[in-house]
Design a protein. Sequence first.
Length: 388
Amino acid sequence: MSHDHNNLTMRPATEADLAVLQRHFQQHGLQEQGQLLQWQLGHPRHRPHCTLIARRGNHLAGWALLRHERRQLGPATLEWGHLAAFEMLIEDVSTWEALLGACLETLTGEGLPFVSLHGDVGRFGPIGFAPYHMATELVLPTRPVGPCVYLRPAQPDDLDDLAALYEHSYVRVPLHQVRSRAEWRWLLAEANSFRVLEDSLGRVLGYIRVAPGQPVAEAAAADAGIARSLLEALPPHTGRDGQRLSLPLAHPVAQAALHRGGVAQVRAPTAQGTAVVPLAGVVDVGEALRQLLPAFTVRLAQSRYAGWQGLVQLELAEERWGLACGNGQLRVVEGNSSADVRLRQLSLAGLAQLLLGYRAPADLRATGDLSCDDTALGLLDALFPVIL
């Protein structure tokens, strides 16, 4: 795939392109970008089409790196594209728009209907990206000196233990990553950030993943007691008031932190300012709905609308998609003018937040991100609940 926009060409990166890009990083002292590129190219799910290069004439104009992930939302497994790197070397609006458009087209072609990135809402919001989870920070008070609990660096032999602990601790966390054995090997080989907690028999009972100067972004524990022990073993705090953790409140280690006197701050990113926050969008509505069908089916069956039959239609500016319900089964259909329930004037940003359980239908209606009848809200709440 190659695109030409007024002397701006975008295409999947060849080996020669990657060599040029690495030389650019070396010449400009951009070691972090070079390391990121090499690390992501080694990802087990990496696909050749997911590294894109933009050129304007003979000049390198930008590059983008897409990573394929799997996320779990209840019983639904979502194929997910994460825009891990997006850099403009020639700053102009046309280059930015064209490269981003090529990224979204690549995701559609690769069967990845969801996309996430880190960016500011003011820039990415108008093209359909929106916050999709609350930002949570836990601060542990400075603890008194007590018995030392030691953590050791993770080793390749710990892979099975780490994978089991991760699944145990994140099973109730919406949109957690689904990691294969190959992904765990990649993480342990490339990221020297895992520290494990052992018992006296050498069994791995918990771990943390932390980078210097950053909050603890991942942790896992066999039980609540081990979660407390992990907190005791954290490295010296990097925050002004105590050690910081960036974990969902449903996480068992976050629960242990609260019981130890930790203070949680939960906030929703806003559309104001230029703060960089996690954003998500939907690039293929039909495929996104198909991947969510297992979740829709369970939600409807467990609600007071179990047995409801009809068509729920999502109406965007340029396309319509429906969920046909009947005989306990749901299927995705293309738009139909005779729908029983209609979500009219659904914005792209509102669509992402609706499907990923970030905002309720009534809240989206209140801000103009969708229009629907009052009588439809009960059914819509059952199909599209808020999942914190």
